[in-house]
Write a protein that binds this ligand. Structure first.
Ligand code: AMP
Length: 183
């Protein structure tokens, strides 16, 4: 399975991507996690990305695409679950190009949906440094303006599936599995 999780900040993409990839032996690729590791290790890439992350802005595409290209190049698992990438149209187009160059393509994009209240509740419990109220609001705005157009992009490609992201972790996991036909 080659798939993407799409959805607002705090909707549970990371949790569900990890569960799903662990269960099936696919690779979980989270650009946010890769970036946070680079920031903690104070690598040149981490130092470049830190300011944008702290303010809830997107990190430059060339940095992100480098991370994805490296992950795809080193892929040994029979599939991958992308979480937090792509986040804008140029990243989505670049991903298509990278996959085409490797003779493959995306199979599914799961759009996780939850209302704003639920998402805010989850973010409040997470305690990440970019989960301050003002930064959260900005990250929602970035999602609305920049990431949401990907819904139409993937709908056109015929790969988009919407899944209700409200409820217990295991229930949502089961819904995703049935939506993917891997239950
Ligand atoms: P996340 O863990 O996916 O919420 O990402 C945390 C932060 O990392 C985001 O607010 C962005 O600053 C940055 N980031 C993660 N993924 C991307 C991406 N695909 N493109 C640009 N910035 C990203």
């Amino acid at each position: 399975m080659k798939m993407v999780f799409l959805g607002a900040p705090g909707v549970g993409k990371g949790t569900q991507a990890q569960l799903l990839s662990e269960k099936h032996g696919w690779r979980h690729i989270s650009t946010g996690e890769l970036l946070r590791a680079a920031v903690t290790a104070e690598t040149p890439l981490g130092l470049k990305a830190k300011a944008a992350m702290d303010s809830g802005d997107l990190v430059a595409d060339d940095i992100i695409l480098g991370l994805i290209d490296e992950a795809l190049e080193n892929l040994t698992e029979p599939g991958f679950v992308l979480d937090g990438f792509p986040r804008n149209l140029s990243q989505a187009e670049a991903l298509d190009a990278m996959l085409t160059a490797r003779g493959t393509s995306l199979e599914r994009v799961v759009l996780l949906k939850a209302d704003r209240e639920e998402v805010l509740r989850r973010l409040a419990g997470r305690g990440r440094s970019d989960d301050m109220p003002e930064t959260i609001q900005h990250r929602f705005d970035v999602y609305e303006q920049t990431t949401k157009p990907l819904i139409g992009y993937y709908e056109k490609q015929g790969v988009l599936t919407r899944v209700d992201g409200v409820g217990g972790i295991d229930d949502i996991h089961q819904r995703i599995q049935s939506a993917l036909g891997v239950a």
